[in-house]
Design a protein around this ligand. Structure first.
Ligand code: ARG
Length: 577
C-alpha cells in the first residue's frame, strides 16, 4: 500500500500543485473504492471555491492512466480512486519475487536502544515482565528488519539495599545450598526465606546493614557473593528467554549496577546546573509541570537522605550513557504503564540538564496488565504471583493436548516442536494482538483455539497453504515460485492482491506507532481474506496454465507474508501441522 500510495500521490500532486502549489492530496484508504483523495475539500475552503469544482479540476488535470481504472467524484468533493488491476498485478509480482516481500528498508536508519524485560535479581519474573519481554522482542525484530540498528538493553534490577539481606542469607544457608535453590529457579523461595529470617532477627538486620555498606564500598568478598546471586539469576532468566524464543541473551544484560560509577557525576552535574533542591534531606529535581493531586510540585529524588542513589539516578545515568556512548537516536522503554510518571520525569529532567537533546526521541512504551479470569491481576491458585516458567510449560502442554484433540495429524517427530511453536505462539499472539496500553484477560481456551484471533489459527492457515503448495498439481505448476504477473480477474483475487500489498504499512505501523497489534491484526485479516479467496478461486480445479499459476503465486505470497509477519512478532510458523 505504501507503494500504491506513493504511485498515486506522484500522479495527483501535479494536479493539486497547478491549483495551489504544495497542496496535499490527503490520500486515505476508502470503503467505496481503493483510495480516496480528500484534498479538494481543504483546498476549496482556502480558495473560497466549491469543493466539487476543485475536485473536478484535479480529476481533469491528473494523469492517472495505467494507475486507476475508475475515478469518481463523490459527496462534497471526495475523489474515489480504483486502482487498475494491471498495476496491482505488477506490484504483487514484484513483492512476491522479493525476499523482503515488498517491505523497503528505512531510508534513514536510526540507532535505537530498546530497554525491555528488566526483571530483578533474586526475584521471580512475573507476568508484567512477560509482557514487556514479548512486546520489546517484537519491536526489536521489526526495527531490525527495517534496517535500523537495534541495541537491546536488559536493565536488570541488580543493586540496592535488599542485597545486604540477600547476601547475608546466602552466607547463612551456605553458598552451594543457595546456588542449588537459585539454579532450579526457586527465586521467590529464596527471597521469601531471606525476608522471613530478616524480619525475625535483629542480628541479621544489623549484619545486612553492614553488608550493604561493604557492597557499596567495593569489598571484594562481598562483591564475589553478590556476583553469585546475579550470575545465578541471569542464568535463570536466560532459561526463560530460551523457552520464550526471544532475542534477549546474557550479553544484553546491562544491569542497574553498571551505572554505579556514573551516579556521583549525575548529582554533581545537576548541582552545577542549579537544578538540585534539598527536600527533607533528599536531593531532588522538581521538573516543571509535574504536580501531585494537591497541586504541589513533585520531586524526582536523585539522592536519598542517607546518601544512597535510587532508581531515578540510575535511569538518568542510563540516559546519558545511551545518548553519549551509544549514540542513540531513539530510546524505547518497554515497561508497564504504572511507571509512566517515573519516565516522564526522568526524560524531563534529562532534557533540562541538556543530556537528552531534542534530536533524540525518548518514549515510554507502556503496557497494561495481564488479568486472571476474575479480572484481577493474574495470580496462581495459591494466591501467589504466577511463575513464568510454569506458565510457559503449561502453554506447551496445553497446545500438545489441543493439537491431539483437534484430530490434526502431526508427525510424531514434529509433535514436540509444533506444540512448542503453538503454545508459546499462542501466549505471544494473545499479548501482541491486544492494543498495547490495554489490560487483557489471560484465557487459555481462547488463546489456544484453532479459530478466532489466535496464533494457532494463523499458524494453521499458513501450514494449510504450504500443504496446498506441496500437492502434485501445484508442484507441476511451479508451486507459486515461477515469476509471473498474476491474472487478476475475480474480485477475490483482486482483494487478496490488494491486501498483500498492505504488508509494508502494517510493518511500518509497528515501528512508527510502536503498535505490534497493528501487524497482528493485519495478519489475521490477511488469513481471512485468503480463506475467501480459496473458497471462490479454487487452485486444483483451476484451468492449468496462467490462471492456476497466478493463484499459486497469490497463495505462496500469502504464506510467505504470514510466515514473515509472524516471525517479526517472534512467533514460529511450522510448515506442517
Ligand atoms: N526492574 C524494573 C521492574 O521490575 C524495571 C526496569 C525498567 N527499566 C528502566 N530503565 N527503569 O519494575
Amino acid at each position: 500500500m505504501a507503494e500504491l500510495r506513493s504511485v498515486l500521490e506522484a500522479r495527483l500532486r501535479p494536479a493539486f500543485d497547478a491549483i495551489a502549489p504544495g497542496a496535499d492530496p490527503v490520500l486515505r484508504p476508502s470503503d467505496h473504492a481503493d483510495f480516496q483523495a480528500n484534498g479538494a475539500l481543504a483546498l476549496a475552503k482556502k480558495l473560497g471555491r466549491a469543493p466539487r469544482d476543485v475536485a473536478a479540476e484535479v480529476v481533469a488535470a491528473a494523469d492517472l492512466g495505467g494507475v486507476c481504472s475508475a475515478v469518481e467524484i463523490s459527496g462534497p468533493g471526495f475523489v474515489n480512486l480504483t486502482l487498475a488491476d494491471g498495476l496491482l498485478a505488477r506490484l504483487v509480482a514484484a513483492a512476491a519475487g522479493d525476499e523482503r516481500l515488498g517491505v523497503a528498508v528505512a531510508s534513514e536508519p536510526r540507532r535505537a536502544v530498546v530497554d525491555y524485560s528488566a526483571p530483578n535479581v533474586a526475584k521471580e519474573m512475573h507476568v508484567g515482565h512477560l509482557r514487556g519481554t514479548i512486546i520489546g522482542d517484537a519491536l526489536c525484530r521489526v526495527l531490525g528488519f527495517l534496517g535500523h540498528e537495534v541495541v537491546r538493553e536488559n536493565h536488570v534490577g541488580d543493586w540496592g539495599t535488599p542485597f545486604g539481606m540477600l547476601i547475608e542469607h546466602l552466607v547463612d544457608v551456605g553458598e552451594s545450598e543457595a546456588v542449588g535453590e537459585l539454579s532450579v529457579g526457586d527465586l521467590d523461595g529464596f527471597y521469601r526465606d531471606a525476608r522471613a529470617a530478616f524480619d525475625a532477627s535483629e542480628e541479621l538486620r544489623e549484619r545486612s546493614r553492614r553488608r550493604v555498606v561493604a557492597l557499596q564500598s567495593g569489598d571484594a568478598e562481598t562483591l564475589r557473593l553478590w556476583h553469585v546471586l546475579v550470575a545465578e539469576s541471569v542464568r535463570y532468566f536466560d532459561d526463560v528467554y530460551t523457552k520464550l524464543g526471544v532475542l534477549l541473551g546474557p550479553d544484553d544484560v546491562v544491569g542497574e549496577s553498571s551505572y554505579n560509577a556514573m551516579l556521583p557525576a549525575v548529582v554533581a552535574d545537576l548541582d552545577a546546573l542549579g537544578l538540585l533542591v534539598e527536600s527533607d534531606g533528599a536531593r531532588c529535581v522538581f521538573p516543571p509541570g509535574f504536580v501531585n493531586r494537591d497541586g504541589e510540585a513533585l520531586p524526582l529524588i536523585v539522592q536519598k537522605s542517607d546518601g544512597g542513589f535510587g532508581y531515578a539516578a540510575t535511569d538518568l545515568a542510563a540516559i546519558r550513557d545511551r545518548v553519549e556512548r551509544i549514540g542513540a537516536a531513539r530510546m524505547l522503554y518497554v515497561v508497564g504503564a504504572p511507571q509512566a510518571q517515573h519516565f516522564a520525569m526522568c526524560f524531563a529532567v534529562a532534557r533540562l540538564a541538556g543530556w537528552l537533546p531534542d534530536r533524540v526521541e525518548a518514549v515510554h512504551v507502556g503496557f497494561g496488565n495481564v488479568l486472571g479470569a476474575d479480572h484481577k491481576m493474574l495470580r496462581s491458585r495459591a494466591g501467589q504471583s504466577v511463575k513464568l516458567v510454569a506458565l510457559l510449560d503449561e502453554a506447551v502442554e496445553r497446545a500438545a493436548a489441543a493439537i491431539a484433540e483437534s484430530g490434526r495429524r502431526v508427525d510424531a517427530s514434529e509433535h514436540a516442536s509444533v506444540a512448542r511453536a503453538v503454545g508459546i505462539g499462542a501466549v505471544k499472539y494473545a499479548d501482541l494482538s491486544t492494543e498495547r496500553t490495554r489490560d487483557y484477560v489471560f484465557d487459555w481456551d481462547r488463546m489456544l483455539a484453532f479459530d478466532g484471533r489466535t496464533a494457532p489459527y494463523l499458524q494453521y492457515a499458513h501450514a494449510r497453504i504450504r500443504s496446498v503448495l506441496r500437492r502434485p498439481e501445484a508442484v507441476a505448476a511451479g508451486a507459486g515460485a515461477s515469476p509471473t504477473v498474476p491474472a487478476i480477474g475475480e474480485p477475490a483475487e483482486r482483494a487478496l492482491a490488494l491486501f498483500l500489498l498492505g504488508f509494508e504499512e502494517a510493518v511500518a505501523a509497528v515501528a512508527d506507532e510502536l503498535a505490534p497489534s497493528k501487524l497482528a491484526t493485519y495478519l489475521y485479516d490477511l488469513a481471512s481474506c485468503f480463506t475467501t479467496f480459496y473458497e471462490t478461486c479454487p487452485i486444483a480445479t483451476a484451468p492449468a496454465g496462467h490462471v492456476r499459476e497466478s493463484r499459486l503465486l497469490l497463495a505462496r505470497c500469502t504464506a510467505d507474508v504470514l510466515a514473515l509477519g509472524l516471525d517479526l512478532l517472534g512467533i514460529e510458523a511450522p510448515d506442517r501441522m
